[in-house]
Write a protein that binds this ligand. Structure first.
Ligand code: NAD
Length: 479
């Protein structure tokens, strides 16, 4: 199979014909050749997006017409659900049930939500005080599209996170060059083809494949014809992209890494806390920016919780991600597998012991529960991005909050308690862009999403996406 770029409405090979393989982590064999984008290909993709923005119909269409195309695209995503789900599962090893049941439906939902959000949004009308002569002024706000958006995506929820970026960008009338992660190219090409089928004009949604540094990704961020950069990925890459954006004074939205704290208090409803905590760390084999990888449990329930939590971790079905029923597949790539393993191999040196897990065949790591890791151990400080959780007891609420906030990351945290006051108090004290109380991963697409500190810059979602993907304008009229 060959996975091409999609530029200016057409399947496109790289100018120099170069390709790279994409590997199925379950078989550890290449399953497709992918067009390897160079700086020259990035230049072509931006040219197409620029032309579609400057001269094409997309930014000039009404919200209703654009929204109808996005809804048609959502319909097509539904019709091609199996193909899209299989593409992500084959590229990165995510369990097919998750791809079918969560990623693909959420992709369609993102497209529909932002189409409707843009159509129904309203600006402000601001009657101003009359001046000395008695005549007044009136200000109102407009939200014209920003222009060409470069969207750079990670590999952990390929299609779903790509749609989270492109849906609001497109709904507000921008044109896009999407660069999927090199490990997960396939679903983006399918999506761009479906967009054309849905009636999106050529050049509005372009897909450019290739690597980041010194390659297609970096070229995209350096191009002065790009008006917005939206990036999701590692915090280190975020710093590099931020520097590139600064050179052209381009607004950038960065959704970066995490090291989510999960606090379970004595008064928690324990069965629910165990169940959600399992989901929080082992969904997508822990390859989730929001993973609850630091689990703090109050002393009174520590033993019982850990016993039930470890048993639930052992009960997860590990295996072939393409088989329905599998809950834990392989890690996405050999490089990533080696990274996750290095944390387990480092325990001997840094402290901490494996209560359960730590095994696995091929590039799989079985659900792993660590105890006794010191607060300064790498497993407590760094984003492992795998099915590895460190459990630590605590005594007081203040101690739990301090431990949770003792991290450069600030993406999300979870709190399990039946005490209403404590839920609000602790939620407000946590330095995190999202706090989930007695749940995990539940999203309202109107809510702000993003992180503090090393977890990112800016927020996306609802009106927050509008602020980023438009150039808000004030018109002031004398009346
Ligand atoms: P990554 O930073 O390695 O790569 C992400 C993307 O950036 C890829 O498309 C890559 O090709 C590109 N890239 C890399 N270097 C670049 C450069 N110099 N210029 C331009 N593009 C470049 O991240 P990853 O390993 O694909 O994803 C995992 C990371 O993403 C984790 O840290 C995870 O926490 C984070 N993440 C964050 C969120 C969030 O919403 N905050 C969501 C999912 C994943």
């Amino acid at each position: 199979m060959f996975v091409p770029h999609v530029i200016d409405g057409a399947d496109t090979e790289s100018l120099d014909g170069a390709t790279f393989p994409t590997v199925d982590p379950a078989t550890r064999e290449a399953h497709a050749d992918v067009a390897l984008g160079s700086a020259a290909d990035a230049e072509r993709a931006v040219t197409a997006a620029r032309r579609a923005f400057d001269e094409g119909p997309w930014p000039r269409m009404g919200f209703t017409e654009r929204g109808a195309i996005l809804h048609r695209l959502a319909d097509l995503v539904g019709e091609h659900a199996e193909e899209l789900a299989l593409a992500d599962t084959t590229d990165m090893g995510k369990p097919i049930d998750d791809a079918r049941g969560k990623d693909v439906p959420r992709t369609a939902q993102n497209l529909r939500f932002f189409a409707d959000h843009a159509r129904l949004a309203h600006g402000d009308a601001l009657p101003m005080d009359p001046d000395a002569s008695g005549s007044g002024h009136h200000a109102y706000t407009r939200f014209p599209p920003a222009g060409v958006v470069a969207a750079i995506a990670p590999w952990n929820f390929p299609l779903m996170l790509e749609s989270w970026k492109i849906a609001p960008a497109l709904a507000w009338g921008n044109t896009v060059v999407l660069k999927p992660a090199e490990d997960t190219p396939t679903s983006a090409t399918i999506l761009a083809r479906l967009a054309l089928e849905a009636g999106m004009p050529p050049g509005v949604l372009n897909v450019l494949h290739g690597y980041g540094p010194d390659s297609a990704g970096a070229a995209l961020t350096a191009d002065p014809r790009v008006d917005r950069i939206t990036f999701t990925g590692e915090s280190g890459t975020g710093r590099v992209i931020s520097a590139a954006a600064a050179r052209n004074l381009v607004p950038v939205s960065l959704e970066l890494g995490g090291k989510g704290a999960n606090l379970v208090f004595d008064d928690a409803e324990l069965a629910g806390a165990v169940d959600w905590s399992i989901k929080a760390i082992f969904t997508n084999a822990g390859q989730v920016c929001l993973a609850g990888s630091r689990l703090y449990v109050q002393r009174g329930v520590y033993d019982e919780f850990v016993e039930r939590f470890a048993a639930a971790a052992e009960a997860l079905v590990v295996g072939d991600p393409k088989r329905s029923g599998t809950q834990i597949g392989p890690l996405a790539s050999e490089t990533h597998f080696r990274k996750v393993r290095s944390y387990l191999d480092g325990l001997e040196h840094h402290g901490g012991k494996i209560l359960t897990g730590g095994g696995g065949e091929g590039w799989t790591v079985t659900p792993t529960v660590l105890v006794d890791a010191p607060a300064d151990a790498p497993v407590q400080r760094e984003e492992i991005f795998g099915p590895v959780v460190s459990v630590t007891p605590f005594d007081t609420e203040a101690e739990a909050v301090r431990a949770a906030n003792d991290t450069p990351f600030g993406l999300n945290a979870m709190v399990f308690t039946e005490n209403l006051s404590r839920a609000h108090r602790v939620g407000a004290a946590l330095r995190a862009g999202t706090v989930w109380v007695n749940c995990f991963f539940v999203r309202d697409l109107r809510a702000p999403f993003g992180g503090m500190g090393d977890s990112g810059v800016g927020r996306e979602g609802g009106d927050f996406s509008r602020e980023f993907f438009t150039e808000p304008q004030a018109v002031v009229m004398a009346i």
